[in-house]
Design a protein around this ligand. Structure first.
Ligand SMILES: [Zn+2]
Length: 250
């Protein structure tokens, strides 16, 4: 069976969805997604974007694999300890789908370099572990009019939100968080149940595939998951006129 046949068979369940179909799958295959952070969230999101045939994945993480990552960062195994996550991810995702393009990025991106990478992508998925990067990625998405899906997980709790600078009324990440919330930042100190980042990363992949597949997908809602009780909640995020990221009052 040729690679083309594999691609058609792989996409069969997407082709059977009237909301995606051949046109949506072609759009997915022609798309580029940028993943910021290849921890538990990024591993899950990248796995589904690769298996779904997103044409080009830009995989950004400067860190190396540590033994303490293996419980939840499912692209890596014991043989990868000490190796660069981005390179290990490319290797494993290439086994999941050899027909897509995978680019490992190991630099700490900021400023013009970050803007250039963001502008190369059709959508950005941020599953990183710190607010400084989240704010910088959001600002780059606003400046370059790129859709951003942002997720975080800690303890048993998860958050997910999509922001759309392509929509005039959409909030940005800084409309949601004006300053770093340290209670959400320290995964090592607070602990995290292994599968919770996987929930977030998988939901981020759902949001990204809908967007890339052409499904109307208005941004601006925050989804909250409490794994301890199994509760889900959604709240609207308002655009702040005085937001330092996207507001009109400077
Ligand atoms: Zn904003």
């Amino acid at each position: 069976m040729s690679n083309t046949d594999h691609s058609a068979s792989r996409a069969a369940r997407h082709l059977a969805l009237p909301q995606i179909g051949a046109q949506g799958q072609e759009s997915i295959a022609a798309s580029t997604a940028l993943l910021i952070g290849l921890g538990g969230i990024g591993c899950a999101a990248a796995s589904y974007l690769a298996s779904s045939g997103v044409g080009h994945l830009l995989l950004c993480d400067f860190d190396t694999v540590d033994a303490s990552n293996l419980g939840r960062q499912i692209l890596y195994g014991p043989a990868d300890i000490g190796e660069l996550k981005a390179q290990c991810a490319v290797s494993q995702l290439g086994r999941i789908n050899p027909d897509i393009r995978l680019t490992a990025m190991m630099d700490r991106l900021s400023g013009d370099a970050l803007a250039a990478v963001v502008s190369e992508a059709d959508i950005v998925l941020d599953g990183c572990d710190n607010f400084a990067t989240r704010f910088a990625v959001s600002d780059a998405c606003v400046a370059n009019h790129r859709r951003l899906v942002s997720g975080s997980a800690i303890r048993f709790e998860a958050q997910l939100a999509a922001f759309g600078p392509d929509y005039e009324t959409s909030p940005c990440y800084r409309c949601l968080y004006t300053e770093a919330d340290e209670s959400l930042e320290n995964c090592a100190g607070n602990g995290v149940l292994a599968a919770v980042p996987g929930v977030v990363g998988t939901m981020m992949a759902v949001e990204a595939l809908k967007f890339l597949g052409g499904i109307e997908n208005p941004p601006g809602r925050l989804t909250l998951y409490e794994g301890l009780t199994g509760d889900w909640r959604q709240v609207g995020i308002g655009k702040r006129v005085d937001c330092p990221g996207c507001g009109s009052v400077g």
